[in-house]
Design a protein around this ligand. Structure first.
Ligand SMILES: *Cc1c(COP(=O)(O)O)cnc(C)c1O
Length: 362
């Protein structure tokens, strides 16, 4: 079964990470690739990324951008070492937030976290309580497509730490509401994997400095070493240069297009197309409760066999719309990151409607 070419999207990449990389960003300078990350040509790119992120996020005075190798997953292990004094509280409502909480519990040097757990398809902020020094939650739970506002939790002295991996760059937020806003570049930033980035507040920077001076921390997880290197526009160890190049290309595009509010409008428009399509399609149903539906990762339960729909799409060049494996639902998941053209989302939905007509109801 092949979808008629005249209704296909021009670009069929709708994966939630790695995600679509614009073709015109794949323009690597051969004289730049394969050169030292401790010399000006590469350091300049890192510096422009750090500055560009500060501008995109409208970072308040004293906030800094740090980066390092290992992706957002590395930060899950670094956070209990370098940011949690002793007791944290984390909200979990899907696979990624659950992994973040698991790393807090696994660390033998801090107390077990208090976990506020919600069912997949819901979203909840951790509850403020006495004796908590760090609050953690995802801005967008990529495994379920549930989104939360970025909001400071707890009183002075507590840090708010947000996993923004799939939201950063696609959803507007107020940076003064968060102390650690971390993400990987292979989602809204249309780059490749392997790196992590974090916007750090003065309070987070103070906490990192104090805890890493007191504790043994493996170098690769040491956020003070990451920050020291970041301030010199370097990384502790060798980064993937192509990832940096692609990140800067997307960041420049985002700023040219009008910054974070423009990206927010674009992802809202794309995701609304998906949710509106689900509302008028008999065999499709938005999975996430209203009010928490993500504008960057839309999840749709369907009454047709999802693996057949996905396979039919893949055969025609529409890829990676499968639901998150670990969630185990008969579901499609469509990333509406800034790099995805809203017109391509429209074409995707037309293609899905066409596939739906060919497959008998289960
Ligand atoms: C993709 C993702 C991660 C993991 O990112 P890596 O770069 O693979 O470590 C973590 N959290 C969220 C919310 C994600 O979407």
């Amino acid at each position: 079964m092949l979808i008629p070419t005249e209704i296909l999207p021009r670009d069929g990449r709708f994966g939630a990470g790695p995600s679509k990389v614009p073709a015109d960003h794949l323009t690597l300078d051969p004289a730049w690739m394969g050169t030292s990350h401790r010399k000006a040509p590469v350091k300049d790119v890192v510096g422009r990324i750090r500055e560009g992120l500060g501008e995109l996020f409208r970072l308040p005075e004293g906030y800094e951008i740090a980066l390092g190798n290992g992706g957002a997953s590395l930060l899950w292990d670094a956070i209990p070492f370098c940011l949690v004094e002793d007791r944290s509280r984390a909200a979990t409502f899907g696979q990624f937030s659950t992994k973040a909480a698991k790393a807090l519990r696994a660390n033998p040097f801090v107390s077990d976290p208090i976990v506020d757990a919600g069912e997949p398809g819901t979203a909840l902020l951790p509850e403020a309580a006495d004796g908590i020094d760090s609050y953690l939650y995802p801005q967008n739970e990529t495994s379920t497509g549930a989104m939360l506002p970025v909001k400071r939790i707890g009183g002075p002295g507590a840090l708010t730490i947000v996993d923004a991996t799939s939201a950063a760059g696609g959803v507007d937020f107020d940076a003064s509401e968060v102390d650690v806003y971390y993400f990987s570049p292979q989602k809204c930033f249309a780059s490749d994997g392997g790196l992590w980035f974090a916007a750090l507040s003065p309070a987070a920077i103070e906490r990192i400095g104090r805890l890493t001076a007191q504790r043994w921390v493996p170098d690769i997880l040491n956020l003070q070493l990451a920050l020291d290197n970041s301030r010199k526009n370097q990384t502790l160890n060798t980064p993937a240069l192509a990832t940096l190049h692609l990140m800067l290309a997307q960041l420049d595009w985002m700023l040219e297009e009008g910054g974070l509010s423009a990206m927010d409008a674009r992802t809202t428009r794309s995701s609304d197309l998906v949710y509106d399509w689900a509302a008028r399609t008999e065999w499709a149903h938005s999975f996430v409760e209203e009010g928490h539906r993500s504008q960057v990762v839309a999840t749709i339960d369907i009454d047709l066999p999802a693996d057949e729909v996905s396979a039919a799409c893949r055969a025609s060049g529409i890829v990676d719309i499968d639901g998150y494996r670990g969630l185990g639902r008969n579901q499609l998941r469509v990333a509406t990151f800034p790099a995805v053209e809203p017109d391509d989302v429209t074409a995707l939905l037309e293609s899905l409607s066409w596939v739906g007509q060919q497959i008998p109801r289960s």
